[in-house]
Design a protein. Structure first.
Length: 408
C-alpha cells in the first residue's frame, strides 16, 4: 500500500511527542511505503539520521509557512494557531501528492488533539486519526487548589473542549475518520461523542529498540541519598506542587533524600518559595530544561520517578523511567495511569490535593523503606514497557488495521 502520514511533530533523538512521532514513522515505514508530511524545521535532524540509518520505504515531504508569515510564533506561544494554519497548507500539499501517487490510506499521526481539526479527511481515501489525546481534564478540587491563574487556565481549557464539540471542522474530522486511535479512555469517549465510528485505545508512547537497550542498561542507583525525580514543564497541571508537599512530609522521616525537578516554566519561582516555606528548600533541587540525553542521565541517577500530572495524554518520561527499571508514582489520571500498574508502581487516587499529597508521601515511604519491593517494581515496569510500549507491537496491529481500512 501507499500511505500518506501527517506528522507535524517528528524528530529523531528527541523525547516526548517528536521522538514518539519518529518512532511511529519508522515502524510504519517497515510495513508499507509511506510519504510523510512534516515541518520544514524538522528536516536537519531527520536528514542527519537518514544519512546514518536510511528508511528506503519512507519519503519525507517538508512544509512550513514562510518565515514572514509565522514571525509571531515563538516556541509554544501561538503553537495551536500555527498548527491549524499548517494543517490547511498541508492539506493542499497532500492533495497535489495524491494526484501524483494515488494513496490507499491517510493517517494523521502527531499533534493529534481531539480539539484541533485536520483537513486530510477531505481526500478521497480512508482516513485514520490518531493516537488522539486532549480529552482529559483535571478534577475540579485540584483546579481550585492551585490559584486563580490555574483556575482561569483550566476554565479556558474546558471551554475550548466544549467549543470543539461544536466546531464543524472538528466534527467533520471525527465523522470522516474510518477509525480513530484514542490515547486515553477519556479521549475515546470524546471521540465517540463527536461521531467517530470506530474508536480504539492506543497509547501515543512508543520506544524503539535502541532506546530500550540504552534504558535497560542503566544500573540501579546506589548511594545513601534516596533520590526522587520529576521531569516536565513547570506548569500548574504538571502537579509538581503536590510533589513538593509530599516530599516535605517524606523528608522529615527520611532526611537523607533529595527531590530533583527538571524543567522550566512560570511556576518555578513560586514552587521554590513553597519548598523554602515547607523547610525543604535545600533538598528540593530545581534544574533547567535539558537535552534528552541529559534527562536519561537524571533517570539513571534517581530511585523513583514522581509524575503527578493532572491531565497528560502521553507520559513519555514515565515509560522511559519504567524501561530503566525505576518505579513510578503517578496520579490515577490520563496516559501515565494506563502505563503504571500495581506490579510496576503506585497510582494515587486524585480525590483532593491534600489526600493526593499525603498518599504520595506514603508511597515514597513504602518504596524508600523496601529496596526489595523497589527492585521488583522496577523489573516489572521494564518488562511491561518492552511488551506493550515497544515499537514492534505496532507491526501486527497496524498491518491488520491498514488492510481493513484500505479494503473497506
Amino acid at each position: 500500500m501507499k500511505i500518506l502520514l501527517s506528522a507535524y511533530a517528528c524528530e529523531p533523538g528527541r523525547g516526548s511527542e517528536p521522538g514518539s512521532g519518529w518512532n511511529w514513522v519508522r515502524q510504519i515505514g517497515r510495513l508499507e511505503e509511506c510519504w510523510v508530511v512534516t515541518r520544514l524545521s524538522n528536516r536537519p535532524e531527520i536528514e542527519n539520521e537518514l544519512a546514518l540509518n536510511p528508511l528506503p520505504q519512507v519519503h519525507f515531504v517538508y512544509y512550513d509557512w514562510p518565515r514572514w508569515a509565522r514571525f509571531w510564533k515563538k516556541g509554544t506561544r501561538g503553537a495551536r494557531t500555527y498548527y491549524c494554519l499548517w494543517q490547511m497548507g498541508a492539506y493542499l500539499l497532500a492533495r497535489k501528492l495524491h494526484r501524483q501517487i494515488q494513496f490507499d490510506l491517510v493517517h494523521h499521526l502527531t499533534f493529534a488533539s481531539y480539539c484541533l481539526p485536520t483537513f486530510l479527511p477531505l481526500l478521497p481515501v480512508p482516513f485514520l486519526w490518531g493516537p488522539v489525546g486532549g480529552g482529559e481534564t483535571a478534577p475540579p478540587s485540584f483546579q481550585w487548589a492551585f490559584g486563580l491563574r490555574a483556575l482561569a487556565f483550566e476554565a479556558l481549557r474546558t471551554a475550548g473542549q466544549r467549543l470543539a464539540d461544536l466546531n464543524p471542522f472538528v466534527r467533520m474530522t471525527a465523522r470522516r475518520a474510518a477509525a480513530s486511535l484514542a490515547a486515553t479512555p477519556q479521549t475515546a469517549q470524546k471521540l465517540k461523542n463527536l461521531g467517530c465510528r470506530d474508536v480504539r485505545l492506543s497509547s501515543q508512547v512508543l520506544l524503539s529498540d535502541e532506546e530500550l537497550f540504552k534504558l535497560r542498561s542503566m544500573p540501579a542507583h546506589e548511594g545513601h541519598c534516596f533520590r526522587v525525580l520529576s521531569v516536565g514543564r513547570l506548569l500548574h497541571w504538571k502537579g509538581f506542587e503536590l510533589g513538593i508537599q509530599a516530599f516535605a512530609r517524606f523528608h522529615h522521616l527520611y532526611p537523607e533524600s533529595e527531590y530533583r525537578i527538571v524543567g522550566d516554566g512560570p511556576e518555578k519561582e513560586r514552587w521554590k518559595r513553597l519548598a523554602e516555606d515547607l523547610g525543604v528548600g535545600k533538598s528540593v533541587v530545581f534544574g533547567k530544561t535539558i537535552p534528552r540525553s541529559e534527562v536519561l542521565k537524571e533517570i539513571a541517577y534517581c530511585d523513583v520517578l514522581l509524575h503527578p500530572s493532572l491531565h497528560d495524554s502521553g507520559g513519555w518520561v514515565t515509560a522511559e523511567a519504567m524501561a530503566a527499571s525505576r518505579p513510578v508514582i503517578c496520579l490515577d489520571l490520563g496516559g501515565p495511569a494506563l502505563q503504571v500498574t500495581e506490579e510496576t508502581g503506585i497510582k494515587i487516587p486524585a480525590i483532593t490535593p491534600d489526600q493526593a499529597a499525603a498518599d504520595i508521601a506514603a508511597a515514597l515511604e513504602q518504596i524508600a523503606s523496601d529496596w526489595v519491593r523497589r527492585a521488583r517494581l522496577g523489573e516489572a515496569g521494564r518488562s511491561r514497557i518492552e511488551r506493550h510500549f515497544h515499537s514492534k507491537r505496532l507491526e501486527n496491529e497496524l498491518a491488520l488495521l491498514y488492510a481493513q481500512l484500505a479494503s473497506a
